[in-house]
Design a protein around this ligand. Sequence first.
Ligand code: CO8
Length: 263
Amino acid sequence: MAYENIIYQTDDKIATITFNRPKALNALNADLLDEFSQALDEIAADENIGVLVLTGAGDKSFVAGADINELATYTALTAKNFSRNGHNIIAKLQELPIAVIAAVNGFALGGGTEIAIASDFIYASENAKFGQPEINLGLIPGFGGTQRLPRLIGMNMAKELVFTGKMISAAEAEKIGLVNKVIPHDQLMEEVMKTAKEIASKGKTSLRAAKQAINHTMNTDLATGIHIEIEGFGLCYASSDSKEGTSAFLEKRKAEFKGTLKD
Ligand code: CO8
């Protein structure tokens, strides 16, 4: 379908969604969120895609949070619906069976940080800024910031960010484990695409099994997590990729993974 508030592109096995309201620093309004949700459905249905990259249009911002013009009109009930809808979309993002990399090219505030931390990992430009400024609006994070952020960076660090609403630099974000890598601004997409291509060359079934097993560490005890890993390890043998990977090593050649999630 045609999108107006995001740009959706695919190049071989890599899809890119660019949040595209640069005049509002890519703030998330209802139309943008609808389009984001539809693009995620498109990606989930496309067997060819192995990696999704998220980034923001323009030079300044990834996503500057929810659109404050819309936030200003909510009641307690519509705010709850907005947050619930947001959570459903973020769950869809987190549960994609492919890798998701957030290429944070500027402000990632409120919903922007929340989308980035629901991705599998973040590469940030030197200009990136992260924060949960909702408290400055008399609000709290509504897209997972009180839940995913403490799990990622620890409870006390998350409390400091959420209680103060302050912005932190890419370098600080890297130091606290929010960001995997900080990259010069003009090289961000090149570096992200290098990693995306590397991941896209791997087997889809093993990537999915690895992602599911790691994601479950957040919601389960060790014994259950180990059970999920055992199941995932076995599942890999249902795909031709495990045969290809092990044979390629023994034959001293590069593996060509062609398995699909329908294997
Ligand atoms: N919503 C609407 N418009 C915005 C937003 C926003 N979040 N952020 C920036 N804009 C607009 C500005 O109003 C301005 O528009 P105009 O040119 O028409 O006046 C334009 O973008 C450029 O912004 P600035 O002039 O302010 O640019 P600066 O470089 O001076 O400042 C900042 C950049 C620091 C990012 C500043 O714009 C800012 O503080 N923005 C608000 C950030 C914020 O508080 N975000 C959190 C929102 S709350 C939230 O995300 C809750 C999530 C819970 C549910 C999630 C659902 C998705």
